[in-house]
Every structure is written in structure tokens, then in C-alpha cells.
Design a protein around this ligand. Sequence first.
Ligand code: ZN
Ligand code: ZN
Length: 352
Amino acid sequence: MKAAFLTAPRTLELREIPDPTAPHDGLVLAVKACGICGSDLRRWKEGPPQGVAGMIPGHEAAGVVIEAGPGQSRFAVGDFIAIAPDVHCGRCYYCRRGLYNLCDEIRFVGVTPELPGGLAEKLVLTGEILSNGIVHRMPEGMSFAEGSLAEPSCSVLASHDRAATGLGDTVVVMGAGPIGCLHVIIAKARGASVIVSEPSPVRRQLAERCGPDAIVDPSAEDLGARVRQMTAGVGADIVICANPIAETQTRAVQIVRKRGKVILFGGLPKADPMVTLDSNRIHYGEIEVVGAFSYHPTVHQRALDLIRRKVIDADLLVTHTFDLREVGKAFEAAAAGAALKVVVTTQKDRNQ
Ligand SMILES: [Zn+2]
Ligand SMILES: [Zn+2]
């Protein structure tokens, strides 16, 4: 089979490697579509972790079961399934409380080097991935590109559960990449009015597709003034930081209303995670600053259902599709910032 190996910064090698076989308690999936995530892009720019010669990235995968081990009964050959990357340990303090996304030993398919990812023609799902990972059958009639979109939708859905976004809320989304646009779609579906803040003109244009109530260029306009104008002087109920930029987190605390919530959704660069926040505003305004990372496995099934019902419309979000043979170009396109979701497909199923 063909598989894409990340061997150095910005270098993916398409290699021919032996076909995998299904473990006794696992599956082999013929991957049909695999989305490129912000975390894949970060890894691509940095190259494989130290001491790792090459790894197969990709975790937003969907495909069809082509071999099923006899030791598992959950899936059969021919099943269409979608996966998400988290594999929890099941033993730690957080796992025992059902908080699997906070697992102390969490590993990720396509991210942890010993768990090869979905940018390959075939992907092995071990018994451990089937029991402690996130694997769901796709609803009938769904395309594989739609199936691959469930994963990035999940963390967005889970963060709005934490924010309790609802009718009448004004939500500010900082950053209009693929994730920012998903925040717009979900916040609107939950009844909020949404203001997008994005300095890049291309991204502002892409964000328009998702129908926010206002789009602001924070480099040309005073975002805080615009938010106050749209909320009768009060401020935003919820501000979501959907980018890796520290400055937007500082800004978020300035524009949220008293008793409002700031959701720190995007991680900052690992080498530079410190931020200055106006602590007095948080204190006197009883503002909540909330972290949001990953999600409970059940959210993945909910995301598949929302995509099936077109509450999350894949046609709005998937702007570029590349064949696995052009995987390098796919990453270049995702990095260039002119795309929303970039999906890599296998050649036979280019149109799916
Ligand atoms: Zn992802
Ligand atoms: Zn655990």
C-alpha cells in the first residue's frame, strides 16, 4: 500500500509499504478520506519528533472495513466508519471518572509516532483503538469527506457545551480558519449571533460562507467598539479564541461582558505559552476564563449526526480535495491559508 511518511520539516515521502493485516481483535480500514488538521500542519512544519525517522500523520479519517479480526464483533467487512484520534488509558484518575479527553496517558492516532495515521491507503485499528479510542459507523448515505469532518467538529461542539452557548447570546469568534468557521456554524445553530474577528482578507471572505452577523478586521477597526455597539454597550456574552495567538486571549478578556465567558480553544506555541490577562476585569467582572480541549468519545457520534442533517454543511467547509499522491500539495494548500478544510482522498474515490 501507499503511505505518506513525514520525514523532515515540510517533507512528506509517499512510500510503498507491505499491506497490513487485521489483528485478532482489530480491523483494517481502507482509508477513503482524511482531513488535514491544524495539529497536522504544526507537525508538518516542525518535522517528526526527535528520534523518530518517519511517521504517518492524519487522524481525521473515514473509510471502509476491508478486513475484520475474528476477536471483535463490533464491525464487519463493508462497514463505513469514521475515526477520531484520542486513545485513552482507561486506568488513570481522569479515565476512572469518565473524563477521557483529560487522560494522563492519552495517545493519538496519527500524532503519537507508534500509532500510524490515516494518510495512507490502509489503516489498522487495533483492539485497543476499538475499545479505548473513538470509532463510529457513518450514517447511511454520508460521503467519506463528510465522515472525516466529524473529528474537527467534535472539539468545537464540546466547547459550546462548556460555554452553554444559547439563544440571544452574542459570541465573538477570534480567528476564521477552518475551526473558527466551525465555531460560527455551531454558535449560530445554537441560536447565538456571531461576530468574527479575522485580520486576513482571504479568511474573512471564507468566513462569509458560514453566515456570521458581522465580520471585523481587527487591524483596521476597533473590535471592542464594534462589539459594544452590537450589544447596546454591554460586551460579548462569549468570546472564543480559535487561534494560536496570545494577544487575542488578552483582547478577549477586554471585550467580554461581566459574568461572560472566554473560551481558550486554540493552544499557544509550546515554547511560549505565557499570556497577560487583565486580572481585575476577571475579578470584578466575575468573568470565567475556560479551557477547552478535545471531547468525550460520544461527541463524535453526535457530530456525525449533525453532519448528516447538514446542520454542519461539509460543502461550506471542505474547499480543497487532493489525492494521496499529491499529499505534499495538500499540506502546502492548507498552510497557505486560502483553504478552509483540506481533505486527502484515495484516487479511486476522488469524487466521494
Ligand atoms: Zn483534527
Ligand atoms: Zn487515562
